[in-house]
Design a protein around this ligand. Sequence first.
Ligand code: AMP
Length: 115
Amino acid sequence: MSENCIFCKIAAGTIATQLLYQDELVLAFPDIAPQAPVHVLVIPRRHIVSLELLTEADRAEMGHLLERTAHVARQLGLQAGYRTIINTNAHGGQEVFHLHLHILGGKPIGPMVAR
Ligand code: AMP
């Protein structure tokens, strides 16, 4: 756990959220500023700062994170489709430096357009 990390606090239960899924490695909860009708974040409990820092040692945990993301999306009824996003570091627009995956859905999200 990293002391000033908002997602570590959510994982520890010291900041309340609506937990949509949790197990010993990952949890999912709604984004506080939704960008789509369904906007959910899936995070590892462990404080990993960004995708850019992953190593071979993280493979199993990240495989679990991705598979559970699909599980959460199914639970949310998003079989028609959804977008997953991982923003990485400054140029990727990352604002919370605890690795997380966005699930965006509930309507056609459309093609990805680079700005
Ligand atoms: P990113 O730009 O990928 O780092 O996105 C961080 C996301 O975390 C943003 O979409 C925020 O709206 C979201 N966020 C920040 N604080 C909270 C919180 N306490 N609970 C849920 N989502 C949050």
